[in-house]
Design a protein around this ligand. Structure first.
Ligand code: ARG
Length: 464
């Protein structure tokens, strides 16, 4: 049984119920690595500033490194009744090295300690999520490159609208993920300031040097104002918001994957590794993975709203309410990392059924707009009249049970004699897709240019 750090003010043993509500060790033990790293940097600074002796610093450092190993090896289990990870490690240190351990908490408080540990954890995971995003972007780029000539119906209102290519469709998601990546990186940079040395709320009378700890821990410099620092959880809100926005994108892609793999579309086939069977219907292959990815959005959005609500209206500086900041962040981070790994694997292993995509382009008269545009541009017909002629052509094709691209020139001219021979080529789906060659448009050429741009961008990121 570890000896608990005694509180100077509290004389009675805490009620078991209080401990259950109050103790964060069951969930903040995940921060042990950050806590130890932060404490070593703090002790180093204390020694540099001659606030503790070099000898004590060495003892503290060695003791903490041993504790780190004990935790890794499962010898020190972090399941005692210490209030939190900070108390648990400090008690163990004092138990191991005696009075030197008691000097570690000089010029700091758990308020700046938790702000440091949590921030280090968020920063580390921001980088990890960002690099997983790059992997997904790279995979999507590869698939997009291979499918920049595969036609599929571009939709609005989930109705066939105009022919596009599959690579172009995927590049829309690449654009979203690129913004997501940039959002994580800009949050990382905005929050890369060191909280340690702020003490409880107002700094300390000890001659500390916060620049030393900031440098040791890889931060740009110390935060500006201690009162803000111990009560700031913007960095946690940012990662939650970034993850939520990422999941809004993941859920839209998942939704499309679910649709595309249905019998109605059959645009893609998920690998058997990413689909499940039904316990009762032997013929079924269910897209559980994209369904779960879609659903995880609810959970991460919930985590964001929870912390926004905890933080709202809190008086400065630290309040225990803020202990409620962690579980949602841990959960969103874990969810994002797993989901991005699964998404990447699913995309790289799914089969693209190009024939079915191209066949679907023969439904819905996708090139009707091209016909109307032609009548205006080449035949000088006022748009409203061109719109009506096109409507007649569509009705005619419907009557024959074909797509307008399948009508002969004779048939077209029987509807309106002003329709010239050039039209036949214009009504072709691929020609229509390639005609949208304006910057950012769907033509294969534009799609490949978009891919090339992001490939260069990705190469630069991978160099960083
Ligand atoms: N476990 C606490 C938290 O997560 C650590 C900070 C406690 N500070 C305090 N003054 N009670 O927020």
């Amino acid at each position: 049984m570890l000896k608990k750090i005694a509180s100077a003010r509290i004389t009675q043993k805490s009620s078991t119920l209080l401990q259950e509500l109050n103790n964060s060790l069951p969930f903040d033990k995940i921060l042990y690595q950050e806590d130890i790293k932060g404490s070593i940097a703090h002790a180093y600074m204390l020694a540099e500033q001659k606030i503790i002796s070099k000898d004590d610093y060495i003892k503290i450092k060695e003791g903490l490194l041993e504790i780190y190993q004990e935790i890794e090896d499962g010898v020190f289990k972090l399941d005692g009744d210490d209030e939190d990870i900070h108390m648990a490690i400090e008690s163990r240190l004092t138990e191991k090295i005696g009075s030197a351990g008691k000097r570690l908490h000089t010029a700091r408080s758990r308020n700046d300690q938790v702000a440091l540990d949590f921030r280090l954890y968020v920063q580390k995971n921001t980088k990890l999520i960002a690099s997983l995003l790059l992997k997904n972007i790279s995979t999507l780029l590869k698939v997009a490159k291979e499918s920049s000539d595969i036609l599929l119906p571009g939709m609005t209102h989930l109705q066939h609208a105009q022919p596009i290519n599959f690579g172009y469709h995927l590049m829309a998601y690449v654009s979203m993920f690129k913004r997501d990546y940039e959002r994580f990186i800009s949050s990382y940079e905005r929050n890369n300031y060191s909280p340690i040395g702020c003490a409880a709320l107002a700094g300390t009378p000890h001659p500390i040097n916060r620049a030393i700890t900031a440098k040791e821990l890889g931060f740009i410099e110390p935060t500006l104002n201690c009162f803000d620092t111990v009560s700031d959880r913007d960095f946690a809100l940012e990662i939650l918001f970034n993850i939520s926005t990422l999941f809004v994108h993941i859920s839209r892609l998942s939704e499309e994957i679910i649709l595309w793999s249905s019998s109605e579309f059959r645009f893609i086939t998920l690998s058997d590794r990413h689909a499940t069977g039904s316990s009762i219907m032997p013929q079924k292959k269910n897209p559980d993975i994209p369904e779960l990815l879609r659903a995880k959005t609810g959970r991460v959005n919930g985590n964001l709203i929870a912390l926004l609500t905890v933080m709202k209206g809190l008086p400065l500086a630290y309040n225990k309410d803020m202990q409620e900041d962690k579980e949602g962040v841990f959960d969103s981070i874990k969810t994002a990392k797993l989901s991005l790994r699964v998404l990447n694997e699913m995309i790289s292993e799914m089969k693209i059924n190009s024939k079915n995509m191209e066949k679907a382009c023969m439904i819905g008269h996708l090139t009707a707009t091209d016909l109307a545009d032609y009548l205006v541009k080449e035949e000088g017909i006022p748009f409203r009249d061109a719109y009506h002629i096109t409507g007649n052509v569509v009705n005619f094709a419907e009557g024959r049970g074909v797509d307008i691209s399948e009508l002969s020139l004779n048939e077209l001219q029987s509807i309106d004699s002003r329709i010239g021979s050039k039209v036949v080529e214009l009504l072709d789906n691929r020609a229509s897709m390639n005609a949208r060659n304006s910057e950012g448009g769907t033509s294969t050429k534009q799609t490949l240019e978009q891919i090339a741009k992001i490939e260069n961008w990705l190469e630069d990121r991978l160099k960083d």
